[in-house]
Design a protein around this ligand. Structure first.
Ligand code: AMP
Length: 481
């Protein structure tokens, strides 16, 4: 046992090869048609990112916004970045890096999607190149105490391959064994700690546990955007004991786009919000109404808006207790001068199933017994025309039940439209969750300006909330822009 904290030792199966690892790639046909959006001017964080593509950001500290378009939490989200630290501040230093390496594993413990590992690489490589000793920490899954199937051991081969060194793995995340391995770390070396959630104290943000984690290192880098909305020991608690505490390149890029580009967008700025329920997107819609010029709504939530306007919606998804809210959101859009577009036609189905019978009807003519599961072709056309005028687009939530091929057409058409717009220099931000799955399914993820790696965290940022894992980091030195 590492300490007074509860934990048992581990015996784990050998690590697996990375051969089954899925990398995000574009079909050749799409690549030839599209080019990556031109870089956004970088106005904030200093940029010495190891990966040049990550140094091309807009800033989350830009505060100039047109009258009437408010900024919430932007200034306080301007955080010091790992790129702001000098070589002298990093050389020989033990750096505690909290990453989000929570990758999916199959039953044989093979990584089935290595996106999160690859996303963590630029920060780690930057630290290695500057002679730091990297102590890498993450959670994996939702273990209840020490749970071998949630060990980080299967990640070691892929991480080593991507970093070009042999990553050392500890069987714990605190305690004497870890301390010995830290002491033996060479400059440029990487030690992967065991799953930090093997300790219940992690999610409780226990100060003693945080202190023990922090005692391993000289300074702290948070690159775990996916858990930045949680105040845990390794995301928030450690910052009380480590100075400086700074943002990694991935976290910084998420803030640059989800806060910076959204609060100070190149206009016209369109937001596309879909998904199942209006109740889960109220905060996002209200926040985006303060900032955007055009709001396109799709997904299951539209039927609550239709019903609020007195239309029949058959057996479509409706939140009866949100009818007034829908009416007030429509009124708010009007008063803010935002063009809010609801789909003019929908694809309806006779049951909620992939093989349901389907037809296209005007939004005002949904018969009893039928449910709307996608937006129709006229809506795709009018949405595409509206998007054609924009310079910044953010998308959160699918237009229909895209898990069923028959009802994925609207979502896929929007994904393809955004890919084309990206190629024309429009800033395209995919704000987490199912819209990320949709652009990946269509094979256009690589051409978007930014694909958020965090579902809950990106929703909270879009709602204008501050994230505890970000708030805890050192403030950036103010710059005049
Ligand atoms: P969210 O997590 O709120 O972004 O919602 C995503 C889910 O919304 C997906 O699983 C979609 O299948 C679902 N969805 C989208 N459109 C509809 C619809 N018209 N009816 C029911 N569910 C929908």
């Amino acid at each position: 046992m590492a300490s007074s904290l509860t934990r048992t030792s581990l015996s784990l199966r050998p690590s697996t090869s990375s051969s089954s690892t899925k990398s995000r790639s574009l079909p050749t046909s799409s690549v030839s048609l599209l080019r990556r959006s031109p870089p956004l001017p970088r106005l904030g964080f200093s940029s010495s990112a190891a990966d040049p593509s990550l140094s091309l950001h807009v800033s989350s500290r830009v505060c100039a916004v047109p009258p009437g378009k408010g900024v919430r939490g932007v200034a306080s989200m301007a955080k010091k970045s790992v790129g702001d630290l000098s070589a002298a501040e990093l050389k020989g230093k033990k750096v505690f890096v909290r990453a989000d390496l929570n990758v999916p594993l199959d039953d044989a413990q093979n990584i089935t999607d290595d996106t999160r590992i690859r996303a963590a690489v630029p920060t780690i490589k930057h630290l290695m190149a500057n002679g730091a000793k990297v102590i890498l920490s993450s959670h994996l899954g939702r273990p209840k105490g020490v749970t071998p199937k949630f060990s980080l051991a299967p990640l070691v081969p892929r991480l080593s391959e991507l970093l070009g060194i042999t990553v050392v793995k500890a069987d714990d995340c605190i305690g004497p064994e870890v301390e010995e391995k830290v002491a033996a770390l060479p400059e440029g070396g990487v030690l992967l700690l065991e799953n930090v959630r093997f300790y219940k104290e992690e999610e409780k943000n226990d100060p003693e546990f945080a202190k023990k984690l922090a005692s391993l290192a000289d300074l702290y880098v948070n690159d775990a955007f996916g858990t930045a909305h949680r105040a845990h020991a390794s995301t928030e608690g450690v910052t009380k004991f480590l100075k400086p505490s700074v943002a990694g390149f991935l976290l910084q890029k998420e803030l640059d786009y989800l806060v910076g580009a959204v609060s100070s967008p190149k206009r016209p700025f369109a937001a596309i919000v879909g998904g199942s329920k209006v109740s889960s997107k109220i905060g996002v819609i209200e926040s985006l109404l303060e900032k955007c010029d055009i709001l396109l709504l799709g997904g299951g939530m539209i039927f609550t808006f239709y019903k609020a306007q007195g239309l029949s919606v058959g057996s479509s998804l409706v939140e009866e207790d949100k009818l007034e809210l829908a009416t007030s959101l429509l009124a708010k859009a009007k008063s803010k001068g935002v063009s809010l577009l609801l789909p003019s036609d929908v694809i309806i189905a006779d049951k909620f199933a992939p093989d349901a019978n389907s037809k296209v009807v005007p939004a005002s003519e949904i018969p009893d017994g039928w449910m709307g599961l996608d937006i129709g072709p006229d809506s795709v056309k009018s949405f595409s025309e509206a998007l054609e005028t924009t310079k910044t687009v953010i998308w959160n939530g699918p237009m229909g039940v895209f898990e069923f091929d028959k009802f994925a057409v609207g979502t896929e058409a929007i994904a393809k439209k955004l890919a084309v717009l990206s190629g024309k220099g429009v800033t395209t931000i995919i704000g987490g969750g199912d819209s990320v799955a949709a652009v990946e399914k269509v094979g256009v993820a690589e051409v978007m300006s930014h694909i958020s790696t965090g579902g809950g965290a990106s929703l909270e940022l879009l709602e204008g909330k501050e994230l505890p894992g970000v708030v805890a980091l050192d403030e950036a030195v103010p710059v005049t822009v």
